[in-house]
Design a protein around this ligand. Sequence first.
Ligand code: FAD
Ligand code: SF4
Length: 500
Amino acid sequence: MTTGIWVLGDQLWTGQAALESCANRKSKMPVILIESLEQVRRRPYHQQKLILVWSAMRHFAAELRAEGWPVTYEMAEDFATPLTNWIEQQGIQELRVMAPTDRPFAEFLAELSLPCKLTLRPNNQYLWSREAFAGWAKSRKSLLMETFYREGRRRFQVLMEGEQPVGGQWNFDKQNRRPPKGKIEPPEPLWFEPDSVTRDVTDWVNGLDLKTFGEAEPFRWGVTRSQALEVLEHFIQVRLRTFGPYQDAMVTGAETLWHALLSPYLNLGLLHPLEVIEAVEQAYHEDDLPINSVEGFIRQVLGWREYMHGIYHHVKADYPERNFFEHTQPLPDFFWTADTPMNCLHQTLDTVRRTGYAHHIQRLMVLSNFALIAGLSPQAVEDWFHAAFIDAYDWVMQTNVIGMGLFADGGVLATKPYASSANYINRMSDYCQGCQYNRKARTGDDACPFNFFYWDFLARHRDKLGSQGRMNFILANLDRLSEEELNEIHQRAVDWHQPQ
Ligand code: FAD
Ligand code: SF4
């Protein structure tokens, strides 16, 4: 029986399950990769995301050819036409695909009418299979990330001494919240000059009649596995030591601080999470790196990333439609233009427009915090995140935006909403110093919108928040505000949404 392999755009790794299953017969195994315009017309994408994915696919096709796989590369309007032609021309009787991570694509695949049998191989790009996660989740009342993370440490023997965590505790988070006071001088990230393949893709993207977001150039991301490995090595050698303390800090002009910049590569399959974790753990033992930085990073990849993936496949299909607070305000235009006097939002949105990137705290405590307290529609916000980020995919977007950022799932994965006033942003960034709003004011014409939206959010949702145990202390502060002040706060929140 002739088997053919379809490699999807986020499965760019020779160890991926479909390729691996045929590796011993590779010269006889036709492989296809397809760039489909239909796929990218469904929603806008950041221009750098399109360049990254398509350039990485083209490089990967060349690497497979060099290894002896007979590869067909198609650029087409849709997937079905080139796929069907190829199946017929090659006489393929079984099309083998590694199971897609994203549910909409899996549904699309299931509905494709193909002239041959379709076989899905279980996806091996994560440490936890869907079945293993379901087994872990089955018997639990609550699906706490911290519990899952500890189980992952034990299961994969990461940072363990026998049954005990290395360093005597599981979590060093308290040491990883240093505010950015004084002179902060993070190292330059490892960027790359675009090669001829990337330049061709950039011209192609520039010439397309597509609704996109952001700027295509300068494009500085890696597009091959070897470049992704260089970024990992650079992170370990140059950035990891200080990653921990400043993990939550935000500094004007220092867009990436000590963050790893690895999510685009992990999400495309150019790196496997286990090799990233192992490389970091090895450096801990060999280079005497601080445990708070090493554990803090490993918690992100072994904990949060695997957890988000597991939850995505665990929750019901209505998850993306959840709207616990019944928020319906439309997305303000400045999310697309960065044109807002709120300096924290302006700085973050401008970075996203230019690079497709913002680090975790900017995503959580600036962008989605604002969307949450201002009452924006979770679905509109998720669509925007999907369009705006270089590392956005359905699986990672839903859990992070609908769940973690907006608490629209009512607390499946967060124990309380990540809502805060200007206090947090002022403590963890220098943004308020360059802002026209008064970070201390809740009322008055120069009041910071994060303040009146925050208190109005608490007041509007008092009943729902009261049932979240961890909110009692905060709600007690709300009770100290006079009715008069609360009315003014509410009016400011209402007025803010009115067209100017
Ligand atoms: P670092 O801060 O250096 O962290 C290391 C790695 O940990 C990341 O590369 C990533 O692979 C992993 N990681 C950490 N937290 C998470 C998490 N919550 N979910 C998944 N992986 C995690 N991540 C994406 O990959 N794509 C997204 O579209 C995305 N959207 C987000 C939206 C919101 C509202 C929030 C709160 C978080 C989002 N994240 C997303 C998670 C996280 O912010 C990014 O993975 C991280 O900022 C990527 O930058 P980095 O590689 O420099 O990360
Ligand atoms: Fe953001 Fe308010 Fe600080 Fe301005 S004052 S930077 S709007 S938190």
